[in-house]
Each structure stands twice: as C-alpha cells, then as structure tokens.
Design a protein around this ligand. Structure first.
Ligand SMILES: *Cc1c(COP(=O)(O)O)cnc(C)c1O
Length: 402
C-alpha cells in the first residue's frame, strides 16, 4: 500500500504547485471527524474551508445524492430538472425572494452577479455605468475579472493586465466610499465579513449607510456571501446581522455541503435584465449537485444548525477571549458565529496550525499572523473545549520557544 510520503512525491510530480499544503492526507470523514491515511483521527475545525456545514458524509446528504446519481446526474440546461427548480424556490424564499442562477463555484457566482449588474445598467439606466467599488483586503475569487475585483495587490501583481472596471476603498470608511463614487459607478460589492482577507466585518453603521447610499445614488448593492452565507455567521445569511437586504447576493462554499455549487440571487427587477443567451453554464445547476444542495439546506433547517452556530460560536468566542487575556502572543480575536480568526503578534500562524495538526485538530492560516476556524455548523460545546484546551497548551509551548 502507498504511504503518505509516496503520495507526497506523486503530488509534486503531477499537480501544479499552487498550494502549500499541510502535511496530511485525508481519506475519510464523518460528522466533525476526519481520518488520515495512517488511520489517525482529527477533529475538523476548518470543514473543507467553510464548506462542510452539516459535517462530513451526513447520512441524509449521502442518501440524497446516491438516489439522484442512480436516477439522473446531468442533462444540461437545455432542459428542465426538478432539483434545480426546487433549490431555486427554497433559496429565493429564504433570502431576497428573487431569482437564482446556479454556478459551480464562488468565483463564477460573483462573476455572474457583476455580468447581471452590467446588463441591468445597459437596459435600465440612461448613462453607461460599469464600475464596481469593492473593499481593500476583499477576496472575490481567482478569475481575471474577480482578481481585478479582489482588493489584495499581492494576489494580482503577477497577472496584470487585469480587466478594468473595479475600484477599491478601505472598509468601514464612509467618507472614502462617497469620494470614490463617480458617474460611472454601477455597484458596490462587499463581503459582510471579509473572510480570506483576515476575518474583518463591515461595521453595523457602515453597511447600513452603504445600503442608504446605494438607494440614494441608484447603485446596486452586491453582497459576496460565498463564505458568510448558509448559516456561517449565526444567521442564514450574513446580511441579516445588519437588518438590510442586498440587491444581489452570491453564495457557494456551504451551499452544497461539500458538493461544488455556487449561486447568485437577484431581486426580480434586476433579474429580468438577463435574457436567454446572456449567461450559462454546462454543469451549473445540474441535478446531482442541486439535489445535494437542496438536502443540505433542509438539514441546516431541520437540525437548527444556524441557531447551533450562533450559540456554540458565541461560547467559542468567549473561551478564546479568556485564552487571549492570558496569552501575550495573541493580538486579537475576531469571531462572528463560526467564522473565527485569531491574530498573533508574531508571524507564527503556520507553526500554530501545524501544532494543532499534531494534536489531531485541523484549522487554517491566513497569511503569517492569523489562524482561522471554520468548523462544521454542527460542532458542540465539548468539541470547542477540546480545541481550547489544546490551544492553551500550544500557546504555553510557543511562548517558551519564542
Ligand atoms: C472562497 C471565496 C470566493 C471564491 O470561491 P471559489 O469557490 O473558490 O471560487 C469568493 N468570495 C469569497 C468571499 C470567498 O470566501
């Protein structure tokens, strides 16, 4: 049988070197647990990067996609299929009561949302507006268009020239935003809580004010909820924390419970700008993936996972803050539901993640100073206690060695 080291060599030989991977190979998952090739058990606090919201291999999810796979996996969007239509209905009713388009990833959801906004401008506004304002430190995906939208210079510099039409402003600075708006401005696109940028939330006043400005200036508010959607922040959608609604919302990560699916949902008056032929996807919204997403949404609701996320997330935050009080290495805790970042005063994030891994816990790093937890929404208090106990011990170790 091949070992981890054998696969490590094969990966080097056959896979493009775009990822710096943690040194583990996983072969099985169940609920909040993972097992590596050597049979070691892990408590999963990164959940496939905020994806496995109902836990790994949930029996209902497995059953739904198994049955669907036996019936029909793909016919393309040349035809009607039941899971896509039912998923569209559920998501529309849960969110902004608009119309859905299904994609295969988060970046495609954002790309589609901006395409729709452009078409809406062409069909409904007198002037030709095209520009989208996004925030510094934002992350909207890896295509050329969404790299351009992303407010992180280091991710873009080797791939220029990037498509025009995006402008960046510092988050939570209303003055800067007002100054950036021009006659060309079409939309403002924000993550309610910046994820890949380091877990930085829009302040309550800021996002509410942005909504007001959009109304007054006739701009569209696009919320990239690829990470914050599907219960992650303790509400079904991140915008619910702010008492506002976007004009277009994008989803992905948690939506399929592990299956590759994204979506954008637009209010009806905007959605009608798209006509047949304006947008499409061969795989997007296929019955297999939609049946899994539909079951994932039903599990989230039936098992009260949004409430669980809020409760356990709040407990996790309180416990982390207690740890931070004792630890000189921790600079700040930023926690919203189960979207949690710990910022250190030193560049030790990678090392801390490896130490967690050695103790059988997965988490992730953002850059050199931040670690993050994006566990399944079904984790319990006891599992949080386990992570906290290990974290304390890791910090003790690190403080000595620093
Ligand atoms: C992960 C993420 C994306 C990109 O999603 P992909 O499925 O990797 O294309 C876009 N926006 C946000 C906010 C994300 O967290």
């Amino acid at each position: 049988m091949k070992t981890f080291q054998d696969y490590e060599k094969l990966e080097k030989k056959y896979i493009l070197p775009t990822y710096s991977r943690y040194p583990v190979l996983f072969v099985k998952g169940k609920g909040t647990k993972l097992w590596d090739i050597e049979g070691r058990e892990y408590l999963d606090f990164i959940g496939g990067l905020g994806v496995c919201v109902v836990g790994h291999s949930h029996p209902r999810l497995v059953k739904a996609i198994t049955q669907q796979a036996q019936n029909l996996m793909q016919v393309s969007n040349l035809y009607y299929t039941i899971p896509q239509i039912e998923l569209g209905k559920v998501l529309s009713e849960l969110s902004i009561r608009g119309k859905c388009f299904f994609t295969n990833s988060g970046v495609e959801a954002n790309e589609g949302a901006v395409k729709l906004a452009r078409k809406f401008a062409k069909t409904s506004m007198e002037v030709d507006k095209f520009e989208v304002i996004t925030a510094y430190r934002s992350f909207h995906g890896r295509t050329f268009e969404m790299l351009s939208a992303t407010g992180q210079a280091e991710k873009k510099k080797d791939f220029e020239p990037l498509p025009p039409g995006f402008k960046h402003v510092p988050l939570n600075d209303i003055k800067a935003l007002k100054k950036a708006i021009s006659k060309n401005t079409l939309a403002i696109m924000l993550e309610p809580i910046q994820g890949e940028g380091g877990i930085y939330p829009c302040s309550l006043e800021y996002l509410r004010e942005v909504r007001k400005i959009c109304n007054e200036e006739g701009l569209l508010l696009i919320l990239d909820e690829v990470q914050t959607g599907m219960g992650r922040t303790g509400k079904m959608f991140g915008y619910e924390n702010y008492g506002i609604e976007p004009d277009i919302i994008t989803l992905a990560k948690g939506l399929g419970g592990g299956l590759p699916i994204g979506a954008f949902i637009a209010k009806n008056e905007i959605a009608k700008a798209f006509e047949p032929g304006d947008h499409g996807s061969t795989f997007g919204g296929n019955p297999l993936v939609c049946s899994g997403a539909l079951e994932t949404v039903k599990i989230i609701i039936d098992e009260n996972l949004v409430e669980n996320c809020a409760k356990v997330g709040n407990y996790f935050k309180i416990e982390l803050e207690k740890v931070a009080k004792e630890a000189t290495l921790i600079k700040e805790i930023r926690a919203h539901g189960l979207m949690i970042g710990v910022e250190f005063s030193e560049e030790i994030a990678w090392e801390i993640v490896l130490k967690f891994l050695k103790r059988g816990i997965t988490c992730g790093n953002i850059g050199r100073k931040i670690i993050r937890f994006l566990p399944p929404l079904c984790i319990n208090y006891q599992e949080v206690d386990t992570v906290i106990t290990e974290f304390k011990s890791i910090l003790k170790e690190s403080e000595v060695s620093c």
